[in-house]
Design a protein around this ligand. Structure first.
Ligand code: AMP
Length: 580
């Protein structure tokens, strides 16, 4: 499609969303005509390519169902087990299967779609913030992970690492970003982060965007800065990199750009030395037009704190994507984080939707299994209804459940817009009750409102079901920060007890019933020291999670993770009585 600058891309989005139904049919037609002869699809379609047959015969699957086929390709068998095109490599998704990262096949066609997205995904932002590529540089925190080689010799890497490896990205990096490539690929994420902040500060007058892939990484950067700004200023003043940065790539990159700059160091020191860090991002990077990072889903718990640091600058969550496929764009970049919707792009994959029960929809009848529930096409979803996303892609996934639950918030032209609801089945459960990420978020939001007027902010939380004593109970680890120099030790214990009660009151009906019947014991909040959640992240990173893709789990499942937080507890509080 011909484009004329940003207007051209915006026009393309108009056309895609207006003709969503036709484009989806073409997308499926293309997937089936290319791949009907593969071993997998032959088993269901016998070489046919009709949409109705696909809908009737091809089963709805999870990664576990496709894993044997994907593993065969990774082990050296031909790609046409799953797709006609050769598999060129794999993406490592942040999800795991049997303790191993999920391998998502990638092909040339998949890359073609990715390249297309890379170009026009920026267009809604350009409308509001201008062409930042022309205006200056981005201070983006980026972290690559080593690639893995499969037995067949194909490479597997996270999506972000694959992007950082692309020659186009590397060529444009010095012009568009403040971070040199060596800092992105630094094997020690702390050294990489220190240097990325250093380079971002040195080039602060050029920075027009601050961000990272996920909100948690931006916050980690700011917290790291809170602990290291004096040292960073010293390095800027003297033009010498701290000795603990031993990575030779980082040191070489620094030697090319660092020279003594006492004026800049003084300016930064003055800004960082102020009592409140409210709006610190805008103060440090005065030309920044917005903060870009995903702040929906598991990331929404970070938005309050991030909004504090970026006060005065919009927080923009630009897209919704997964390793399996790019999904959608946020066409209203200036909307509040709680109102963000993503418009699914019908040319990225064939999207179907499995209706799931929405708390507010009493009339909804869930069939006993997915096979009996009809999948709904993209253009036929209903506003207000929740669905699990099911995708068929050009790279060998057919009717594959991504594991995300989305709610339809409206339509843009004929394409639906979705709010990200939750990752499916992230739950706490002591008995028969099921508490979702959304339930928990709501209860925490209610409870933490008690802290705000007292000058305290809940900065991080994670949940855990403690069944070490009977009956079991919900435990919430909270990291709390005092505003303007207050210490969380000054918090009145009575308030924390009230937070426990408020949480219980805000949880769902079944929880309250079970609690009253003493099937669930009193909810507990364990307040942990500052830095505990960073220690938790460090632990997951040390186990192989990429810092760029790290998403704090909603609940703790590993003993080690539990030990990390339990060893940092500074106060334990319980709900005094069951909720009314
Ligand atoms: P990965 O495959 O490791 O890239 O992780 C993809 C998953 O990250 C998705 O399936 C979602 O659960 C989550 N995710 C990605 N983008 C967003 C977004 N904009 N909002 C909420 N969650 C997201």
């Amino acid at each position: 499609m011909a484009t004329n600058g940003n207007e051209g891309w915006l026009k393309m989005i108009e056309e895609l969303t207006t003709n969503a139904e036709q484009i989806q049919d073409e997308e499926l037609g293309e997937i089936l005509s290319r791949n009907a002869g593969t071993e997998y699809l032959r088993g269901f379609l016998h070489g046919q390519t009709e949409k109705q047959l696909f809908k009737k015969n091809v089963p709805i699957v999870t990664y576990e169902d496709l894993k044997p086929y994907i593993d065969r390709i990774a082990n050296g068998e031909t790609s046409d087990i799953l797709l006609a095109e050769p598999v060129t490599g794999f993406f490592l998704s942040s999800g795991t299967s049997g303790g191993q990262p999920k391998l998502i096949p990638v092909s040339a066609e998949y890359h073609k779609k990715g390249a297309l997205v890379g170009t026009f995904a920026q267009s809604p932002m350009m409308r509001h913030f201008g062409d930042i590529n022309q205006a200056g540089k981005r201070m983006e925190l980026m972290f690559a992970r080593p690639e893995i080689e499969t037995p067949s010799g194909l490479k597997a890497a996270s999506v972000s690492t694959s992007i950082y490896n692309e020659s186009k990205f590397r060529t444009n990096l010095p012009k568009l970003y403040t971070s040199p490539i060596e800092t992105i690929f630094c094997p020690d994420p702390n050294q990489g982060l220190y240097c990325q902040l250093l380079f971002g500060l040195i080039q602060r007058d050029e920075v027009v965007k601050v961000g990272s892939l996920f909100a948690s990484t931006v916050l980690r950067g700011i917290k790291f800065l809170e602990n290291h700004w004096q040292e960073l200023c010293y390095d800027i003043k003297t033009g010498r990199l701290s000795d603990w940065i031993t990575d030779s790539g980082c040191r070489n990159a620094a030697s090319l750009i660092m020279k003594p700059n006492p004026e800049q160091a003084d300016l930064i020191e003055n800004i960082c030395n102020c009592k409140s860090w409210e709006g610190i991002i805008r103060k440090l990077w005065t030309k920044a037009r917005y903060i870009g990072c995903i702040c929906t889903g598991a990331m929404r718990q970070y938005t309050t704190e991030l909004e504090f640091y970026c006060r005065g600058l919009p927080l923009v969550s630009a897209f919704y994507a997964c390793s399996e496929t790019f999904c959608g764009l946020n066409l209203e970049p200036l909307c509040k984080p709680c109102d963000i919707s993503y418009t699914l792009l019908p040319n990225m994959a064939y999207f179907e939707f499995l209706p799931v029960k929405n708390e507010r929809d009493e009339s909804f009848e869930m069939k006993s299994n997915d096979e009996d529930t009809e999948l709904v096409d993209l253009v036929n979803v209903k506003v207000g209804q929740c669905y699990e996303l099911v995708v068929s892609t050009c790279a060998g996934l057919y009717r594959y459940k991504v594991g995300d639950v989305l709610m339809v918030s409206g339509f843009y032209n004929n394409a639906p817009q979705f709010q990200f609801v939750e990752r499916k089945n992230v739950i706490l459960s002591v008995d028969q009750e099921k508490t979702s990420e959304t339930d928990l978020f709501k209860a925490v939001t209610e409870a933490k409102a008690l802290l705000d007027p007292l000058g305290f902010i809940l900065t991080e939380y994670i949940s855990y079901v403690d069944t070490s004593s009977a009956p079991g109970h919900y435990v919430l680890f909270w990291e709390i920060k005092g505003k303007e120099g207050k210490h969380c030790k000054e918090l009145d214990p009575k308030i924390m007890v009230e937070c426990c009660s408020r949480m219980e009151e805000s949880l769902h009906y079944t929880y309250k019933i079970y609690r009253k019947r003493n099937i669930i014991a009193a909810l507990e909040i364990r307040v942990v020291k500052q830095g505990s959640f960073e220690a938790l992240m460090d632990y997951f990173v040390s186990k192989g999670t990429s810092l760029s893709q790290y998403k704090k789990p909603s609940c703790i499942k590993s003993e080690e993770a539990l030990k990390i937080l339990d060893s940092r507890v500074i106060g334990k509080y319980f709900s005094p009585k069951p909720p009314l």
